[in-house]
Design a protein around this ligand. Structure first.
Ligand SMILES: Cc1ncc(COP(=O)(O)O)c(C=O)c1O
Length: 452
């Protein structure tokens, strides 16, 4: 067993033989030349380079490459809830650019106020104060600073295997080695607990292990007096781990008992992905700070932010964000239009219906292929976990990669997470017919890889 593959979290499969073989078979000389230029000009980094392909268009649920091939994009970096080139969002952006393209610091504008008002109406409880940022990582940084300042404490507890962004503060609370390794000292005062349903948890399996994990959190908090916050993704988006209601409610209770803030990172999952505007709505809890981003900007504009409880508005004398594009007028127009589109088109309802549809169809695949060890779905976020043995849950990483390339050849793109998890992140505008087409492609690919 390759221990590194088995412990692979995000997994970098950009330099494998399977990738090379797919490119050799499918890409034209012209496209290969563009990839070579990209490789020459851009700094190389894990997971982003070398690039897979060169695209020329993104529209609706599709990407189109420069050789004219169209693929259904069920990855989209989790930005495409309302689909690519959403006309309603594009028109709002264009109108805003013509009216007021930039909002300099010290000024405000009705468009920013309308967005803040809308978020506050949507968010439960006293989540009544907002701050925007040009990206998720920056918004996480704001949340961490606010938690320190509001509590006068500096330690954070987060989870192993988590991702909260790529800057030094974010990787310090993050838990993935590909981000934390070889970079020198990280921010001090960060401690990690196990994530929900940790792979091969030292606490055992299932809900009993998850409960012990929370016991351990309480154990840590009993001993550490300087903890300001616990930060985690309520539903981990990459491999789709969906905690039980009991787990999340007890987590909230533990934070209350020990006087630490609960920061929920909903950057890839808020705004409809799971069938509700915010993920914590599924759990009947109110976080102290919720962080949003990704699809907030309608798949066009970089836009993120935090929504905090009213009593946390205590840092007026320091700069929490101070980003040049901290209150982007165009970003606000994009976000407002995105939320309006989700509401007008009943996309939350659609996501809930598609959850049932996906469960039925993916469980059908699970009955057909022994390699599918688990299926997890929440709204329009789904994970299909491939294992070489259902008992031991040994990861079927090589097979997962083969399925990816078979699907790409047939017209479906997605991400492989944790080495062996096929993660499907369809735009919320995906119809049942389009979903059927995508699942049929997946079925054909699984058959090709595991039964031929
Ligand atoms: C859970 C989570 N948090 C934070 C981030 C960082 O967001 P951004 O890439 O916009 O900085 C991401 C991005 O993938 C994410 O998935």
């Amino acid at each position: 067993m390759d221990i590194r593959i088995n412990s692979r979290i995000e997994g970098d499969i950009n330099g494998t033989d399977a990738r090379q073989a797919w490119q050799d078979e499918h890409l034209s000389e012209e496209t290969l030349a563009v990839l070579e230029q990209d490789s020459k000009l851009f700094l190389h980094q894990s997971m982003s380079t070398p690039c897979l392909n060169a695209i020329v268009n993104a529209e609706g649920i599709y990407l189109e490459d420069q050789d004219g091939r169209k693929v259904i994009d069920f990855h989209g970096n989790s930005v495409h809830q309302v689909g690519y080139k959403n006309e309603y969002v594009m028109n709002a952006i264009i109108a805003q650019m013509q009216q007021l393209p930039f909002l300099p610091r010290r000024y405000t504008s009705k468009i920013a106020i309308q967005l803040a008002q809308k978020l506050i109406e949507l968010a439960p409880g006293d989540l009544n104060k907002v701050l925007f940022a040009p990206g998720g990582t920056s918004a996480i940084g704001i949340a961490l600073k606010l938690a320190r300042r509001a509590t006068g404490k500096h330690k954070m507890i987060s989870t192993w295997d988590s991702f909260h962004g790529a800057s030094l503060d974010a990787i310090s609370v993050g838990g993935e080695s590909v981000f934390r390794s070889g970079i020198g000292p990280l921010m001090s005062g960060t401690e990690h607990m196990m994530p929900y349903n940790s792979y091969r948890s030292i606490f055992g399996e299932g809900e009993a292990a998850n409960a012990k994990n929370l016991d351990y959190l309480a154990y840590m908090l009993e001993r550490e007096e300087d903890v300001c916050a616990v930060i985690l993704e309520p539903i981990r988006s990459t491999d789709v781990q969906i905690p039980s209601v009991a787990y999340m409610q007890r987590l909230r209770q533990i934070c209350d008992d020990y006087g630490v803030l609960l920061i929920l990172d909903e950057i890839p999952t808020a705004l409809g992905r799971t069938g509700t505007m915010f993920v914590h709505e599924h759990y009947g809890i109110v976080p102290d700070i919720v962080v949003i981003g990704k699809g907030f900007g309608g798949g066009i504009f970089p836009m993120a932010g935090i929504i905090a409880r009213e009593h946390l508005d205590i840092a007026g004398d320091i700069s929490l964000g101070h980003y040049t594009h901290e209150k982007s007028a165009v970003g606000c127009a994009a976000a407002l239009a995105t939320i309006a589109y989700i509401e007008q088109e009943n996309l939350l309802e659609h996501a809930k219906n598609m959850e049932r549809w996906l469960l039925v169809h993916l469980q059908e695949l699970q009955r057909k292929y022994a390699v599918i060890g688990d299926v997890r779905v929440k709204g329009m976020l789904a994970a299909i976990e491939l294992v070489s043995n259902r008992e031991t849950k040994e990861k079927e990483a090589a097979g997962a990669e083969k399925v990816l390339y078979e699907c790409l050849s047939r017209g479906l793109s997605f991400k492989v997470s944790s080495g062996n998890v096929i993660t499907l992140v369809p735009p919320l505008i995906t119809t049942a017919e389009q979903m059927e087409e995508a699942i049929a492609i997946l079925d054909q690919a699984l058959e090709q890889v595991f039964t031929k």
